[in-house]
Design a protein around this ligand. Structure first.
Ligand code: SF4
Ligand code: SF4
Length: 429
């Protein structure tokens, strides 16, 4: 008996898991380039519930029933069908074939259910493809969505369809050799129409088996280059999502630090003893953002629900909250590649603010929170916009003239209007 297939399988398995883990660690390192985040630590129960509702239960997707239901079918089916992977991996390592077949009726029920789910995935994913490529839905047509983002979205759809077909064809080519107590509903039909000599079916089954598992290894590692990373990251992202009321802005720790340093009231163990030269007000680059904001950027699915709900975008302004998230992710990836190449970050004369996101985009935001409300996985584009704006105001003194006038008026008159406090009673005129 030749062990060569088992050895090849083991090499592929270890190699793809190794690559997966190494990519995961790179993303973790990139996310940790962000600053600390103050999270309420005592509500892990509430956070867990939110994660189960939003990430696992897809609670916010259902606000658009058609896309929501189709997405749910693909997601749940994919998870369930992948149970089959356990058997494939055992068979691959030990050279067995359908090691769980002795489970009898239960095995037949499982494989039959997987096949029905695989068919549902093919149908749902095909509808997604039509929505993206034929129906020309406006939110998929933004400039930022052309080129790689569009190709990436389509590639994943093709991947999913091909993997499901390989699974069904693998079962079909194996159908006459397995005595399942319950027949294969879909692969049975395929087998009846396979115009292949029974003597060649074994070869065909091996081809589909290997193609299917190699396809899964490729798919798993492709995710790191794709917006589909949200399959994994949606869970931590929704767990750590902001739990406070949406309108509440976070206090700037840097301002608090500065005031405490001036008053000499900083605690010795509070970490507030940073020299004021190192303090940055707001954010100009990804490393000034918090790790949670960077996790948000990696998790973004590029669905565009935020942009569709954004009043600034609706009225023709340049702002798109989806683009804010995509730019943040592109920039952190660029910083990560710089570190990979040089061992540590070598300044590249680029910043998130200016090179990726313009002042015009930032000042178009009304801070209405519609984008945060609409996001199906609790991403907060507004917090990044606010931190970049804070930098513009507090570090660059470059707020729009109307805002500068208003801030001067508040400073001088105690109100946004250009009238003296002494004339307060005349304001009504
Ligand atoms: S908060 Fe800003 S970016 Fe978000 S929807 Fe409102 S205007 Fe658009
Ligand atoms: S931020 Fe949320 S709503 Fe906006 S594109 Fe990303 S996942 Fe979709």
């Amino acid at each position: 008996m030749s062990y060569i297939p088992n050895i090849i399988f083991l090499i592929l398995l270890i190699g793809s898991i190794g690559l997966f883990v190494s990519n995961l660690l790179k993303i973790r390192r990139n996310i940790n380039l962000g600053k600390g985040e103050t999270l309420e630590v005592n509500n892990s129960g509430k956070r867990f519930k939110n994660m189960m509702r939003v990430a696992f239960g897809q609670g916010k997707m259902i606000s658009r029933p058609v896309a929501g239901i189709l997405h749910f079918i693909v997601y749940i089916s994919f998870i369930i069908i992948n149970i089959e992977l356990v058997e494939i991996i055992i068979d691959g390592i030990f050279g067995t074939h359908r090691v769980f077949l002795p489970m009898g009726k239960l095995y037949g029920i499982l494989i039959g259910s997987f096949e029905i789910l695989a068919l549902l995935v093919i149908v749902s994913v095909s509808i997604f493809w039509v929505r993206r490529n034929v129906l020309k839905i406006k939110r998929f047509l933004e400039n930022k969505m052309m080129g790689w983002p569009k190709l990436d979205a389509n590639l994943i759809l093709y991947f999913e369809i091909i993997l499901m077909f390989l699974f069904l064809f693998m079962n079909a080519a194996d159908a006459p050799f397995q005595e399942m107590e319950i027949g294969n509903p879909i692969s049975g039909m395929i087998y009846n129409n396979l115009l292949v000599d029974i003597d060649n079916l074994h070869v065909l089954e091996r081809i589909f088996w290997w193609s299917h598992i190699i396809g899964i290894f490729i798919f798993m590692n492709y995710l790191f280059y794709s917006k589909h990373l949200h399959i994994f990251l949606a869970f931590p992202n929704t767990y750590y999502a902001k739990m406070e009321e949406k309108g509440k802005l976070n206090n700037m720790k840097s301002v608090l630090n500065e005031v405490k340093l001036m008053l000499g009231t900083q605690d010795n163990d509070s970490g507030l003893n940073e020299s004021s030269e190192n303090i940055v007000f707001g954010a100009s680059d990804v490393t000034d953002l918090s790790w949670l904001q960077l996790l948000n950027a990696y998790t973004c699915t590029e669905c565009g629900r935020c942009t569709e709900a954004c009043p600034a975008n609706m009225t023709g302004k340049k702002l798109s909250p989806r683009k804010i998230m995509m730019d943040t992710r592109d920039r952190i990836e660029e910083v990560g590649r710089n570190i990979d190449k040089n061992g540590s970050f070598i300044p590249d004369n680029k910043k998130l603010l200016g090179d990726y996101i313009s002042n015009e985009e930032l000042w178009a935001c009304t801070s209405c929170n519609a984008c945060v409300q609409e996001c199906p996985i609790d991403i907060d584009p507004l917090s990044i916009i606010m931190d970049l704006r804070r930098y513009l105001v507090m570090e660059n003194s470059s707020a729009p003239i109307q805002l500068n006038n208003m801030m001067n008026n508040i400073e001088n008159n105690g109100a946004p209007w250009p009238y003296s406090q002494m004339d307060r009673l005349n304001w009504k005129n």
